[in-house]
Every structure is written in structure tokens, then in C-alpha cells.
Design a protein around this ligand. Sequence first.
Ligand code: ZN
Ligand code: ZN
Length: 404
Amino acid sequence: MKTKFLIVFMGGVATTILYLSLLGAGGVVESPTGVAPDRYVYYPGTEALDKDEIRLIACGTGLPAARRDQAATCWLAELGNGDKFLFDVGTGSMTNVAALMIPYDFLDKVFLTHLHTDHWGDLATLWAGGWTAGRTKPLRVWGPTGQTPDMGTAYAIEHFLKAFNWDAKTRDFVLSSKPGEISVKEFDYKAVNAVVYQENGVTIRSIPAIHAGDGPVSFILEYAGLKVVIGGDTFPNKWYIEYATDADIAIHETFLTPSDLVKFYGQSPAQAIGVGTQIHTSPPAFGKVMSSIKPRHAIGYHFFNEQGTHDHILQGVRSTYSGPLSLAVDDMVWNITKDRIVERMIVSPDQAWGVNGPNKPPAPPAPGTVPDPISDFIKAGRWEPAEEAQASMVDKFKKDNNLK
Ligand SMILES: [Zn+2]
Ligand SMILES: [Zn+2]
């Protein structure tokens, strides 16, 4: 990260450093027509990563119920070696991912903590959207087993592809089918600190989580001597306490207080106390976890973060933890090195386009090799005046592009 940093967390102690603090927040604007100095923001695609640096982006921090302001869970880790990993791809999160305008070929590795829709509901968007917007290869998905085969990730992906059979078959006719494939690596949800991925100087381990049913896990990513723990959904558990200790970044859910689940989410008190304190982590419990494991920086998420809820969460967390903390919203970004952890917000376009990566798109299928999904009956319904209306545009485009 080449910009001057603004908020620095060092040695477990939060220190706010204003860059040349005498000059004000963003520096001095020298001229009404010149270039402005640094802002407190990250513009995606404008900063190279150092070799030993991790950029972590919150692409979804919300809940299963949709909200424009906060998509459901999704974390993107970008590493200085060029690797990128999506941890969960919850409902609605792909709009935030897409706004980063990263070529889809670089977004082919997805790690699922568990199979609630708020953690993988937008896999469909990554799968089909990436297929149409430049991904040249299959998606790779890692996820846990369940108590029975039908509760595991392999089953989920197999049936995901079956559910989207029509989508796939109609694309296969005009596009290479390769980017529509998904390879699954399922691993034992009970395995403790087991390596589930190891390539290129990156190790990702899994530990069990306690949430709603058997199967959920947390992930521990290690790269360049840095450790980032991605908590998923869980009640505080002994594995997280043991293996997330001394993390550089420890992400852990902190759920709405039972009172706010009743007030804002319309839950009954009986439901709220169960959801908010037994299958999820309450704010004071989150704080207790963090004061036990002492990460360089703690990130709490998985609640609708607004004025009316934020203070209640913060009060609960601060009753048990006084260290460095972010209560995440979508589009927060952290740059992590041995020396510093910098938190900023992302500024990205609402109207993003897919961008090509370096790989050439695979060839579409040769004519006659894939069944035509449109019958003669439907083709016979084409309205000819539409062809006449567009004929000159079509002719010119073909001529300009040497198409037959
Ligand atoms: Zn869940
Ligand atoms: Zn969840």
C-alpha cells in the first residue's frame, strides 16, 4: 500500500495517527485546479500490494434478510503473491465484489464456512455472472462435510448445478462450458486445525464451529507470517480460542442483542434469546473471546449496523474487551502487514463493469456439438420486421468486425 496511512494499530494498542497532523485530515489542498492529497479511502485497483501484505475487504456483513446497505457475509482476502480468496459469498454480496472490478479469473477460489444462504446465496451470481463476464476456468469451492452426505458441501454444489440446469444448458450452447463447472473440495468439519489448502506460500486451516447444526467451520489463513481468522457463524468455542490466539486479524460474529432482535427483527423474546445468545455470539461474549485471544485487531460483524444497534453492540463488546476493534459494515478494507494495520472505506462505482484478465476466453462450442436449446416451434415465432429493423446495424457490425 503506497498511500500515507491514517489509522494505525500497533502492538495491540490503537493509535490514531493523522498524517502530518498539523495539516488536517486529508492534507492541504494547494490549488483549486490541482490534485487533492490523500483521502481516507481506498479506490479499488489503484494500489499495488506489497509482497508481504494482505488486503482484506468486507463485501458482506449483514444478515439473511436482505438490506441494500449491507449484503450477507462475504470476505475477500487479496494477498501480495497475487492470490485472492473469497470466504463465503452470501446473498447480495456479489454487487460489492463486482464493484471492485477484479477480473473474474482472479476470483475462482471460494471457501464456505457453512451452507446457510447468508453465506453462499450469491454463489449463483459469481458462477453465472463470472461465466458471462470473462472467467475462463471452473470455480473451485472448498467447504465442510455434514453429519450425513446430504448435509455437506459436495451435495450442495452437485444439487446447485442441478437446480441451475436450464441456466447452464442454455449458456453451454453459445459459451464454453468450462467456466460453468465447479470443482469441490470437501473436508471433515470435525477436523481441528487441519490444512484444507496449501499452495503458493498460503495455508488455510479449518476448525469446527458451533452453530445451528453440525457442519459449520472457521478458517485460519496464514501468509507471509500473518494470520487472519475468518470466524463464520459460531457460538464462542474452544477451538477458536486456541487457534485464533495471536491472530493479526480475528473476524468473529457478534450478533444483535436479544432486545434489538425483538425490537427491530420482530422476533419473540424466546426466539431472540436463543438466536442471540446460543447459536450466535452476543456482544459481551464476543468481547470475552477477543480479550482472551488478544488479536492485533478484532472485527465484529453479522448484524445490521446502524445508529440504533451500533451503540448496543459496542457497549456489550466494550464491557469485556478494550482492544483494537472494528464493527464492520460493507466496503470496509484493511491493509495488513507486520508493521501496521490500516482501516479505510472503499469508494467504488455503482455502475461497475466486468473487466478482462490476462487469459484468452475459451472457444465457444463448435456448431452441432451442443444440443440447440431452442426448438423449431419457438424459432418459427420470430417476428421478421424486427430483423428488418436491425438489418443495417447488424450488417455494419459484421463488416467492421470481419464476421460472416
Ligand atoms: Zn448461519
Ligand atoms: Zn450467518
